[in-house]
Design a protein around this ligand. Structure first.
Ligand SMILES: CC(C)(COP(=O)(O)OP(=O)(O)OC[C@H]1O[C@@H](n2cnc3c(N)ncnc32)[C@H](O)[C@@H]1OP(=O)(O)O)[C@@H](O)C(=O)NCCC(=O)NCCS
Length: 175
């Protein structure tokens, strides 16, 4: 997850549908990730497999039947009450319409029904847009929002920003 992007106010209301991905969405997710020029782009196979095996913890946003954004996530093996967001991206032409925020809210709403109470993600220090996105979701849901060190730059080959852990969790008394 990397650098900040400029942001302009939306001029039109969009009709957006939100749904679980299927394996057929994998190629388009790979395309959105590649086009973002910001995300670490995984193999096309990784996205196809993810859409197949982690559909219940992932979501796609589509306009006129065409995917324009996605969130990929999984439940932590050591703590299934936490959904870990791996990647979130919205096609450049559709940013600023609240699509990313809505995807995260819908994902939390859906997974809460099977016991998820918290959301984690990693964000690089230079990605202000992503930090604001998750902070905004935490604020709207009354969740605690906290940053912790996780992966240092030295843990990656070549030039890579650190990946900080961001935690969106109920305050202890709500558990
Ligand atoms: C980050 C990204 C997913 C946001 O998508 P989006 O649909 O435009 O976001 P939303 O419209 O839902 O905005 C959600 C919140 O984030 C804030 N935000 C979004 N983009 C922002 C930006 N460039 N700068 C500052 N804040 C930003 C919005 O103001 C909003 O906060 P608010 O509720 O307080 O108003 C999109 O810019 C993107 O795909 N970037 C490239 C990939 C990436 O960096 N992904 C995140 C790391 S995996």
């Amino acid at each position: 997850m990397s650098p900040s992007q400029t942001r302009t106010a939306p001029t039109t209301a969009l009709a957006v549908d939100y749904r679980q991905p299927t394996a057929d969405d994998g190629m388009r997710l790979w395309e959105i990730a590649s086009d973002s020029k910001v995300l670490d782009v995984n193999s096309s196979y990784a996205y196809v497999l993810w859409c197949h095996d982690f559909a219940t913890t992932s979501i796609v946003a589509e306009v006129d039947g065409h995917p324009v954004g996605f969130v990929t996530g999984y439940r932590r093996q050591t703590d299934p009450s936490t959904i870990m967001v791996w990647q979130v991206a919205v096609d450049d032409n559709y940013r600023g319409h609240g699509i990313a925020g809505t995807m995260l809210h819908r994902l939390l709403d859906r997974t809460q029904r099977s016991g998820v109470v918290a959301m984690h993600t990693t964000i690089s220090p230079d990605n202000a847009a992503s930090q604001r996105l998750f902070e905004s979701v935490a604020d709207a849901r009354g969740l605690r929002f906290e940053r912790r060190d996780l992966f240092a730059a030295e843990q990656f080959p070549g030039a890579h920003e650190p990946e900080d852990l961001y935690i969106l969790e109920p305050t202890v008394s709500e558990f």
